[in-house]
Design a protein around this ligand. Sequence first.
Ligand code: AMP
Ligand code: SF4
Length: 475
Amino acid sequence: MLAELRGLNEECGVFGIWGHEEASQLTYYGLHALQHRGQEGAGIATKNGKGLLVKKGEGLVNEVFSGDSLKGLTGNSAIGQVRYTTEDGRGAENVQPLVFRSTTGSMAIAHNGNLINAQELKESLEKQGSIFQTTSDTEVLAHLIKKSAGGALTQRDRVKKALSMLKGAFAFVLLTEEGLMVAQDPNAMRPLSLGKLGDAWVVASETCAFDLIGAETIRSVEPGELIIINNKGLQSDRFAEAGDRAMCSMEYVYFSRPDSDIDGINIHMARKRCGKQLAKEVQIEADVVTGVPDSSISAAIGFSEESGIPYELGLIKNRYVGRTFIQPTQAMRERGVKLKLSPVQQVVAGKRVVMVDDSIVRGTTSKRIVKMLRDAGATEVHVVIAAPPLVSPCFYGVDISTDSDLIATGRSVEEVRDLIAADSLTFLSAEGMLKAIGRSPEMKNCGQCLACFTGEYPTEIYADTVLPHEKELSR
Ligand code: AMP
Ligand code: SF4
């Protein structure tokens, strides 16, 4: 919840479509469904018979595409992105899709994730004469593809070669004159699904985008897979051996929309099971259970069902606080929580309240809400968190940047409880979370990345790996 208030946020959302006469309109709708994945920029690129067209800008999807601005985006294929900018730096030049025009073929690229060897690749490309126009990882891929142009390699081979040099978490959509290309990193860390709308193919970070446009979900894009869609149909190729799957756990915990499915598992149901599992792991004497809107409501319902403590609407979110209100300082963040959330006094006054949240990052939200509930008359506030403590930074595009930001790093649960001034604090166990989400137990760690909870990273981490938020500073 309240992502905007803390300057923390989820990574981006991408969408692509091939073979539909309303490609830009459908991409626009798809981006609306993905808006929760990034609110700071949006863009659409289309391909018509003459070349690539692009429109993008800073702001929400409906701000960037107001009036009849979609009209110029003709063509029956398109890609789009909604963007959160922490990874690569703010600024209109970083809003995607990025379009690269050259005599060897133009292409538009949009990306979700974070490359852990981007800095290294960039330095080597710069030594070889490349000039970068943006601070985005995505441009690295474009330069790598361009670098291998000219020889006997086909465009597909050039893209494969370039993708094989990337390390980290990435879901790419590329629109070239030859077709729509879709790539998933060898550990499939970011969600990316393939769907069908009549004869048209669609691809999106989340399946809720398919539901909105009436498309059918076909499957997830496989680890290390490169899908090429053109007028000859769809072909599946690969640029790397499939590694161990390591889907981001935070997609289930917080990022994805409850109506999306990842690898066939519905997000709402997974969160609800996490809430139930929590209620199995802790016994609390209380009168009401409440969730912090929106992302923890599912877990709160599950906790209530399992514990038998009634679920109540104890906190209300004001949906209309503009983004311009939100400033990234800690003081402003704290003030922002007040602006955005209000307790329902009639529900909590004189009650022992269980407050369910999906995760604790800096602890700002929990601390504020505990106080807010007490001020509204709650006699006890028990905080239960439907995920394990976040203790390690994420290198894969999620803005859980430095461990010094994370309240649970180097602290016991009791110390964190004391800091947020709750009567009790319980985190879901990692085993409980894996079981509740319910991915195949055959896969290592059930095919999930748990690095921010355990510090064990599913990929190699470079000694000089630059954290997403540091990239901007280091350039
Ligand atoms: P904090 O106030 O910093 O402890 O943040 C906790 C809240 O942030 C929880 O209510 C989560 O819903 C939400 N959250 C978890 N991870 C993230 C993230 N990477 N970006 C933004 N919000 C997050
Ligand atoms: Fe997701 Fe955490 Fe892994 Fe980052 S470290 S990809 S946030 S599970």
